[in-house]
Design a protein around this ligand. Structure first.
Ligand code: ADP
Ligand code: ZN
Ligand code: ZN
Length: 793
């Protein structure tokens, strides 16, 4: 919801401008969303307090986008606006109190005296800070003091994040020749003259004051040379550049293969539409993107290229930098506030016309985007899940396309099932690249090989007496690789480990009969273990033996990376083993370090989680072992099968990318399952057919839309009550509207039932457009609404 204010006389405003407005007793920062000449329909409308910035920060497109975000994702309007603002905005304005240069010689009350003393000692302070130092001081009092000329009260931003950075610099005021001649004279008199050294340095080019100090120059030196008309000191606004560490050697465009050219031409021929490029990793999608970016720039427009955060590697940046270095910028969550702020303005000014970034770069302030690319469009990191608005970058891209006419290109080896469904039904364009390419000696490409994938039935391994986590064929392949000096990856699927049951003999996983998702162990029940469905809440007793084959080896399943690392060290005592998982990856720069040691051949075996499946492209990487392919299948989420297929396909793609053939081993207790089978055959379409049939039967997207409501509270009883109230009200609103849908599932404890001591309960809605019903239900701050969630766990 927006708020209305009156524009005071003499102030002119445009939409998109930042202003300070009174809100209750406080002053807040706001953005002008629209202007009207109509008489207000409500009384007591207040004036805008001040204009924060003369230049608008948002254009019409981004204002429209904010309204769309707010409607679509049931999110507050301000949060929906804030995603498009440069760093530093979106903070609360605070009242600042500053001393004046020449205070009037008027007597003041003792308490006021304390205020004046405090600001005299501390300079500009916030009202809150002042209230702590001088209890009882009020804003009206301060305003009276201001009226008498003792101090000033003004609005300011609470934190100085995102301020422009400046640097003091020196430059010559006379010719380089004259400066050198003068320096020579000075040196003749005094060989170690600092002035001479400084002039000689400046004859080569301008320098920063810091650098001048390093040459021995003191402020006195600088002032003297300035007074004599040799140099001048000035302030330069410097841009903090996230690409400062890069040097790009410009590279000409590659000559596209016939297949690539056809795809690029077809996309270029249908502008303003959404297109999907499905092509295995290494099929040349990135070269197609680069080509389309080039055409977009030539047409005078700009391009946004989104990649998953983890794929934003130096290698990826380099590929875009070599082609579009001068107009490229990079936006991602590791940039500091200052860097983000500078790049934001660089894009807004039109200096950076190619933005490469992760999810939030979709809000880059481009006024004429011609092309928006989402590489690896199936990646769920494109969805904001932590805070509002819980948007999906793909949907935002398509809305931007509607608003601006930009073309959207989605690329993936394993597209989201919903995206592929849209493509095969003709809602978006479909383009396929089926051949893997490998760079040929002397330029160009030659056909590449997909790795050979073997599915290892772990039930057979057990029968044969192998109780280790590594199958015999995998062990043999790793040994061979070690001898040849090649590298191996052991991939551990950690999500969902140890929470589900698996029969070691027949591969059975208990499934909820109504939701078709795996049931998980209810760890809260100590005496009688139970299985629960986190979708619908259905619970059942845990059998001692496998319900399908009556085996006694029906047990909880899941192993972690650390355990596999130990096992690998034990099994291959001479190998250099390294581990890469979320614990390790939290350390800054750890990814670069790991890639560098891999490239340098310092690691023989790498053990890691699905994060590994991204972006590694190593010539000596020939063996990939998936230790536990089934684990992902157990998650109580209708995406489980899709994610397993995606992850298996991705990891398999890490092997044998260059000259040497790759070997992939998928270890599973359920070798017949479609994700395993189809990933092994590199057959996306076969997987799609199985999965879409399943979704149709079970009523999951694209045949329905989901919305997840999550409530958290320290008091469990209260959490249950509140979740039940909301579920009940939604059912009532639905029935009152005479609608047959949405289904209201729950409330149930969330899969992760407690976080930081808070109990989490969820209600899941399934229907044609379930979020529309929410306007009729009161949801407090502790409710998190996620429309089209990418995960239900
Ligand atoms: P994808 O993005 O589908 O994984 P890439 O675009 O990275 O595929 O291509 C795979 C490899 O083939 C890369 O090393 C790339 O440089 C090379 N390549 C792709 N297309 C061409 C081309 N037309 N000419 C030369 N090399 C190419
Ligand atoms: Zn069984
Ligand atoms: Zn269920």
């Amino acid at each position: 919801m927006g708020f209305s204010y009156r524009v005071p006389e003499g102030v002119s405003l445009v939409a998109g401008q930042a202003v300070f407005v009174p809100f209750g007793p406080r002053i807040l920062q706001g953005i002008v969303l629209g202007l009207t000449c109509e008489e207000p329909s409500i009384d007591g409308i207040r004036d805008i307090e001040a204009v924060a910035d003369p230049d608008p920060v948002l254009d019409r497109t981004h204002i429209e986008l904010a309204r769309w975000l707010s409607d679509t994702y049931v999110a507050p309007l301000w949060e929906s606006v804030a995603v498009s603002l440069p760093g530093g905005y979106g903070q609360r304005a605070v009242t600042m109190v500053s001393p004046v240069d020449i205070p009037p010689l008027l007597p003041v009350y003792p308490r006021d005296q304390r205020v004046l003393q405090y600001i005299a000692a501390n300079g500009r302070v916030s009202f809150d800070q002042l209230k702590e130092a001088v209890p009882g001081i009020t804003l009206p009092r301060l305003r009276r003091l201001q009226a008498a000329g003792h101090l000033t009260v003004a609005q300011g931003l609470s934190r100085p994040a995102g301020r422009p950075k400046t640097e003091r610099r020196l430059e010559l005021q006379q010719s380089a020749g004259a400066a050198q001649a003068h320096a020579a004279q000075l040196k003749a008199r005094q060989p170690r003259s600092v002035d001479a050294r400084l002039l000689e340095r400046l004859a080569v080019g301008g320098t920063s004051l810091t650098e001048a100090r390093e040459l021995g120059a003191t402020p006195a030196h600088v002032r003297r040379l300035e007074r004599d008309g040799w140099i001048r000191e000035f302030e330069l606004r410097i841009e903090r550049d996230p690409l400062a560490d890069y040097r790009f050697d410009p590279k000409p465009a590659a000559t596209l293969s016939v297949g690539q050219q056809a795809v690029a031409d077809a996309i270029w021929a249908s502008p303003g539409m959404t297109h999907l490029i499905r092509g295995v990793t290494g099929s040349g999608k990135t070269e197609v993107y680069l080509d389309l970016v080039g055409r977009t720039l030539a047409a005078g427009k700009s391009a946004i290229v989104l990649v998953p955060e983890i794929a934003l590697t130096p290698q990826a940046i380099r590929r875009y930098g070599e082609r579009y270095g001068e107009t490229l910028t990079v936006l991602h969550s590791h940039l500091g506030a200052g860097e983000l702020y500078d790049q934001w303005y660089r894009i807004q000014r039109g200096d950076a016309r190619v933005v490469l970034g992760s999810r939030s770069a979709i809000f880059a302030p481009m006024y004429n985007p011609g092309l928006i690319i989402l590489d690896e469009e199936h990646e769920w990191t494109y969805k904001q899940v932590e805070h509002q608005p819980r948007y999906h970058a793909r949907e935002v891209a398509e809305e931007l396309s509607r608003l601006t006419g930009a073309t959207v290109v989605l690329g993936s080896a394993t597209p989201d099932i919903v995206t592929f469904h849209r493509a095969v039904t003709g809602m978006i364009g479909l383009h396929e690249l089926d051949e893997r390419l490998a760079p040929a000696v002397g330029g160009g490409t030659r056909p590449g090989q997909l790795p050979q994938v073997a599915v290892i039935d772990m039930r057979e391994e057990l029968k044969g007496g192998n109780r280790s986590v590594f199958s015999v064929p995998l062990k043999r392949a790793i040994k061979r690789a070690l001898i040849e000096g090649e590298q191996s990856i052991l991939f551990v699927n950690r999500r969902g480990s140890a929470r589900f049951m698996l029969c070691r003999d027949c591969g059975y996983i208990p499934i909820c009969s109504s939701c078709q998702v795996a049931m998980s162990l209810d760890l809260r029940e100590q005496i009688h273990a139970r299985l629960v469905c986190h979708h619908c809440g259905r619970a059942k007793r845990l059998e001692d033996r496998c319900p399908r084959c009556d085996s006694g080896r029906y047990r909880p399943f899941g192993v972690g990376t650390q355990r596999i690392e130990q096992e690998a060290r034990a099994a291959f005592p001479d190998a250099r083993v390294a581990r890469w998982d979320s614990d390790v990856s939290k350390q800054k720069g750890s990814h670069e370090r790991m890639v560098r040691s891999l490239e340098a051949g310092e690691i023989d075996i790498l053990v890691g989680t699905q994060m590994l499946a991204k972006g590694l492209d190593l010539p000596e990487m020939t063996v990939v072992g998936v230790v536990d392919a089934d684990v992902g299948m157990s998650l109580p989420d209708y995406h489980a099968s899709e994610r397993t297929f995606q992850v298996l396909s991705q990891v398999a793609g890490r092997a044998g990318r260059r000259d040497k053939p790759g070997y992939v081993f998928i270890q599973t207790y359920d070798p017949e399952s479609p994700p395993v089978q189809c990933a092994a055959e590199h057959d996306y379409r076969a997987f799609y057919e199985v999965e879409i049939a399943h979704r149709r039967r079970a009523g999951y997207p694209p045949f329905a839309r989901m919305t997840r409501l999550l409530y958290r509270h320290l008091n469990q009883e209260h959490a249950v009550q509140e979740a039940s109230r909301v579920a009940g009200e939604i059912r009532l609103a639905r029935d009152a509207a005479g609608r047959a849908e949405p289904d209201v599932l729950g409330p149930t404890p969330a899969y992760i039932a407690r976080v930081k001591g808070e109990y989490r309960y969820q209600v899941v809605l399934r229907g044609r457009n379930p979020a529309t019903i929410l306007s009729q239900v009161r949801l407090g701050e502790r409710w998190a609404v996620d429309v089209d969630p990418v995960s239900l766990v």
